[in-house]
Design a protein around this ligand. Sequence first.
Ligand SMILES: Nc1ncnc2c1ncn2[C@@H]1O[C@H](COP(=O)(O)OP(=O)(O)OP(=O)(O)O)[C@@H](O)[C@H]1O
Ligand SMILES: [Mg+2]
Length: 212
Amino acid sequence: MIAPRIVVTGTDTGIGKTVFAAALTGALRASYWKPVQAGLEDDGSGDSDNVARLAGIGRDRIVPETYRLNTPCSPHRAAEIDGLEIEPERLIPPSVDGPLVIEGAGGAMVPVTRSVTFADLFARWRLPVVLVARTQLGTINHSLLSIEALRARDVPILGIAFVGDAQEDSEATIAQMGQVRRLGRLPMLPRLDAQSLQTAFAAQFRLEDFAG
Ligand SMILES: Nc1ncnc2c1ncn2[C@@H]1O[C@H](COP(=O)(O)OP(=O)(O)OP(=O)(O)O)[C@@H](O)[C@H]1O
Ligand SMILES: [Mg+2]
């Protein structure tokens, strides 16, 4: 069996992609790659560091970001501010031993450059994409728009993963109208650590849905 390489994108920024990606990375015993990190903490850390902690994996399973940009904004602009140019051809999913989880920045239509979006990159990569979506009000619109944008580019959608309190009708409506598989829902965890995240993921998702 070929080890899966799975892309994690979302309906928006700050909705729990990194937390979900960490849960998936831990569950699959995968490696993790964030191609473009726009915005670094004061100590220079980013999503990769949070994933290492929340997936409980060593730095050896974190593939270094291709671009580390200082400003927390869309990569196309963050790169301009740092005075460099992102070359999309350099953003090629690495081959690693075992599964790989890849996290995009922001949402599917976020510009990587002024002419290429993350959705365009996903289409080039031809890897299955998990769409992470909130359960809060507004999610039906954001989720269905994201699904349309991915489908328009023939990006294979593995399914949708929700984050937040259960909203049975919204979740079912998105799955039905968007014709996507509902993979599960991560609740908001009062204490976010590797142990509680793995327990929640195991209770809410089926690992075989992510197998290659
Ligand atoms: N299931 C959860 N339980 C508890 N807290 C969560 C959960 N999911 C996300 N959070 C919190 O919400 C915030 C945003 O989550 P996260 O960093 O995963 O978002 P993101 O979509 O990856 O953002 P970005 O677009 O910046 O990459 C974080 O502070 C995180 O700790
Ligand atoms: Mg993130």
